[in-house]
Structure formats: C-alpha cells, structure tokens
Design a protein around this ligand. Structure first.
Ligand SMILES: NC(=O)c1ccc[n+]([C@@H]2O[C@H](COP(=O)([O-])OP(=O)(O)OC[C@H]3O[C@@H](n4cnc5c(N)ncnc54)[C@H](O)[C@@H]3O)[C@@H](O)[C@H]2O)c1
Length: 270
C-alpha cells in the first residue's frame, strides 16, 4: 500500500484485528484511521451502510487486503448481530473497533435548533450517532477476551454551541457521555473506550452542515497551530488509542483540532 502521507510504517498493530465502521469514501475519517492501522500491520474488517456506498468503499478495503467487508446499517440490530457473528466465526477474537458513524437530516442542520428540530429526526440522530456506539460495544466486548480498545468520533459542538450543528451537537454530547459509561462497564475487562473530538474535515458528513466552509476557515484562523486539522493527526491519535501505547487511557475525549478547543477569544478581538 502506498503511503501518500509519509506516515511511518511499522509493526505497532501487528497481530491485532480491528473492525472499521464508517468508511463512505476516501475522504472519510474512518478511512484515514484504517490506513494508519494497516500501515502498522493491523488486520482489518470493514462495514458499509448500503450497496450505494459499498461500491466506493470496497476497493479501499481491498487495497489494505481486507477479507471481511460486511453490510451494516446500525439502525438494524440484526445487521450489527450479523457483523459480530461473522467476525466471531472468522477471527474468534477482536482487538479494536473504530466507530465513525453519524447521521442527521441536513434540513435540520441549519437555522434555529429550537424551531427546526423534529422529534423524529432527534430520535434518528441519537440512534445512529450515539446509541449505535452502545449497541456495537455490547457485541464487540464478548470478542475482546484479551482486552481491547473502542474509539468513536466526536466534535466540539457537543461541548459548546456553534451555528448549524444543532441536534448533532446534542448527539455528540450524549456520545461523549456514552463513551464514559461504556468505558466504566468494560474497564474491568481490560477494554478501553475513548472518543476523538476532531476539528472540521472535508467529508460527506461535513457537507451536510450549513456553513461547513466557515467552520473550516474559522478553525484554521482561530486554532493555536493556525492550520487545518489534518487526517494524519486524527489517524495518529487513533493509532495511539487503539494500540497498546494507549493502555492507560479510557473514558477520555481527546481533542485533535489544532488547538481550536482551547481558545476562548481569538486573536484580533482582544
Ligand atoms: N468531518 C468532520 O468535520 C468531523 C469532525 C468531527 C467529528 N466527525 C465525526 O466523524 C465521524 C465520521 O464522519 P466523516 O466526517 O468521516 O464523514 P463520512 O460521511 O465519511 O462518514 C460518516 C459515516 O457514517 C455512516 N453512517 C451514517 N448512517 C449510518 C447508518 N445508519 N448505519 C451505518 N453507517 C451509517 C456513513 O455510511 C458514513 O460512512 C462522524 O461521527 C462525524 O460526526 C466529523
């Protein structure tokens, strides 16, 4: 596999088997993380949401020699059951899971949160973007007999308000709380559960948020590093958390956003 990032290849993940959930295309955060794990020797399985997305993600999964490319719509318990049954049969054990899944009706990701949020989309957003982590962790844990690591993807909109993020922000707050509660349950079994709160990235999910471009440019201008969040940075943090390097970290939300989260008042407004 070509390493177009110039990220170091190595053996940090040699012998580890992981499930990657949430690759839609080569811009997906899940794909950036998958590439880094593969470069470090991990064996990977992938899920895709439906046939339309399978076309774009299958060649990616095959490029890292994945032998397990499975359908999974996380609103369907039977799909999640089938994925973990297949991995149990094929691998017998699992070392890590990358959960990089979120959804909300884009018509509600603009304007007033109070006025525009419907009950139906509130529940759908919470189901796909938060509950799915719980549903996945429940089924992954029995396969992690030797311990393991589960990571999910969050965003600063779960801690603070910003325009347009609306119900997705509420779902991210719930996701971060769910991360801590699942980490509590699974900690005694040596299974760590963490979230990465990433800065804005140009992905399909981001395209659904009104004013996404503004988030990108503000992120760059206000951040401590004065640059965009990089996929390399997100994938590097993910590698730390899913590998044994992260062995003492659980129930944590790690900000990977060029320092944006630390800023209260940007330069120029003092
Ligand atoms: N892009 C950003 O700026 C950014 C920043 C912080 C956090 N995140 C989070 O990162 C994660 C990955 O998003 P991304 O930006 O890579 O976008 P993406 O569109 O590439 O990935 C989102 C994934 O969610 C999957 N998904 C949606 N509904 C699903 C369902 N019912 N069942 C199974 N899968 C489903 C999609 O198939 C897709 O693969 C999301 O949780 C997102 O909120 C993104």
């Amino acid at each position: 596999m070509a390493d177009e990032w110039n990220m170091p290849a190595g053996q940090l993940m040699a012998g580890k088997r992981g499930l990657i959930m949430g690759v839609a295309n080569d811009k997906s955060i899940a794909w950036g993380i998958a590439k880094q794990c593969a470069l470090q020797g991990a064996e990977l399985a992938f899920t895709y949401q439906g046939e339309a997305l399978e076309k774009r993600m299958r060649p990616l999964a095959e490029s890292v020699n994945s032998a397990h490319i499975l359908p999974c719509d996380v609103t369907r318990d039977e799909d999640i059951d089938a994925v973990f049954a297949a991995l149990g049969k094929a691998w017998g054990r699992l070392d890590f899971v990358v959960h990089a899944i979120a959804f909300s009706d884009r018509n509600e990701l603009k304007g007033s949160f109070t006025e525009n949020t419907s009950r139906a989309n509130f529940l759908t957003t919470m189901d796909i973007s938060c509950f799915s982590l719980v549903a996945v962790a429940k089924r992954a844990a029995p396969l992690m007999q030797a311990g393991g690591s589960i990571i999910t993807m969050s965003y600063l909109g779960g801690e603070r308000v910003l325009p347009s993020y609306n119900v997705m922000g509420v779902a991210k707050a719930a996701l971060e709380a769910a991360t801590r509660y699942v980490a509590r349950d699974l900690g005694p079994r040596g299974i760590r559960v963490n979230a990465i709160s990433a800065g804005p990235m140009r992905t399909l999910a981001m395209a659904g948020i009104a004013g996404g471009r503004g988030l990108l440019s503000t992120g760059r201008e206000w951040s401590l590093l004065k640059e965009d969040t990089s996929m390399e940075g997100i994938a590097g943090a993910a590698l730390w958390l899913v590998s044994d390097l992260g062995r003492s970290t659980t129930g944590e939300v790690v900000h990977v956003d060029a320092g944006f989260h630390a800023v209260a008042v940007p330069d120029g407004l003092e």
